[in-house]
Ligand binder design. Structure first.
Ligand code: F6P
Length: 326
């Protein structure tokens, strides 16, 4: 069994609030175990370009409360090629790095899984994405903060929607998954929630709105995940306008504000636990696994499963949302 003496840590893909808290936890847990820590800047791109920096305990001071990532992040095409991964491997060997913690989502873990099939430097993953769409973990770092950002914004939209008796379409992130839309929709009392997991929701939406108008609702809010099959909030708003010509409609796309901000208490705690667990996993000679949380317990999930298997939303929440918004 290889002895781990020096580890690397990187963040990759879309940033998420709480990534800094995870970097801090990885760094300090490693130093506690007398390991050296190398920060790899700009994700896999930095790994290929040799963008390394030594991290000490003080290097990660004053970051637990900050959004973004102090190590920067990137989406890297070169790491998807065997040539790119070979350069990355050579750089890791040159740096004397014998284990790497990668913080990110699906794409990050896919790269790590392939790398670990080819090379024997172990990679361990920490799920960090606002989308919460990684199989094998109940939470991903950043999701809770994102939900709170969305809720704050939608509450404000509700004030103006109600003042003008308007119908608002609010588009939230989630290119492939509806977790953000579904949970923020429930939390804001949205009249309807459109998510990528459920197709052809437009027809039902019209019925829902008709019922609301009959009941003289002073406002209606439809939360639309950006990956919904209708093509996003603007498109669905256009469709609905044809049927409700007299009704005043507006569209708000929340965009990248959902990715920023100081991490919530939950994200800081989850990031701290998973950062600690990732280093422990490397010390236990684990390889090609993600650390996740299931029923509040830390679990190890093979990258193979985390990236291949689909994590479904809790569809019964849609029914609850319908009932509660009559
Ligand atoms: O981080 C995941 C995500 O927020 C998706 O929901 C969204 O589609 C995507 O990132 C957008 O990211 P970017 O603007 O960085 O390409």
């Amino acid at each position: 069994m290889a002895t781990i003496k020096r580890i690397g840590v990187l963040t990759s893909g879309g940033d998420a609030p709480g990534m800094n808290a995870a970097i801090r936890a990885v760094t300090r847990t490693a130093i506690y175990h007398q390991l050296e820590v190398i920060g790899i800047r700009h994700g896999y791109q930095g790994l290929i370009q040799g963008n390394f920096k030594v991290l000490k305990a003080f290097s990660v001071s004053d970051i637990i409360q900050k959004g973004g990532t102090m190590l920067k992040t990137a989406r890297c095409e070169a790491f998807t090629t065997p040539e790119g991964r070979k350069i990355a491997y050579d750089n890791l060997v040159r740096q004397g790095i014998d284990g790497v913690v990668v913080i990110g989502g699906d794409g990050t873990f896919t790269g790590a899984r392939i790398f670990n099939e080819e090379y024997n430097i172990p990679f361990v993953g920490i799920p960090g994405t606002i989308d919460n769409d990684i199989f094998g973990t109940d939470y991903t770092i950043g999701y809770d903060t994102c939900l709170n950002t969305v809720i704050e914004a939608v509450d404000k939209i509700r004030d103006t929607a109600s003042a003008h008796n308007r119908l608002f379409f609010v588009e939230v992130m989630g290119a492939e998954a509806g977790f953000i839309a579904l949970h923020s929709g429930i939390a804001t009392g949205a009249e309807a929630i459109l998510i990528p997991e459920i197709k052809d929701q437009a027809k039902i939406l019209k019925q829902t709105l008709e019922t609301g108008f009959k009941r003289r609702k002073s406002s209606s809010i439809i939360i639309v995940a950006e990956g919904d099959d209708e093509g996003g909030a603007f498109k669905i708003a256009e469709k609905v306008k044809e049927d409700f010509k007299d009704y005043s409609t507006r569209v708000t796309v929340l965009g990248h504000i959902q990715r920023g901000g100081s991490p919530s208490a939950q994200d800081r705690v989850v990031a701290s636990r998973l950062g600690h667990a990732a280093v422990e996993a490397l010390l236990d000679n684990q390889k090609s696994v993600m650390v996740g949380l299931q029923n509040d317990e830390v679990v190890l999930v093979p990258f193979r499963k985390a990236v291949k298997l689909h994590k479904d939303v809790n569809r019964s929440l849609l029914e609850i949302a319908d009932i509660l918004s009559i």
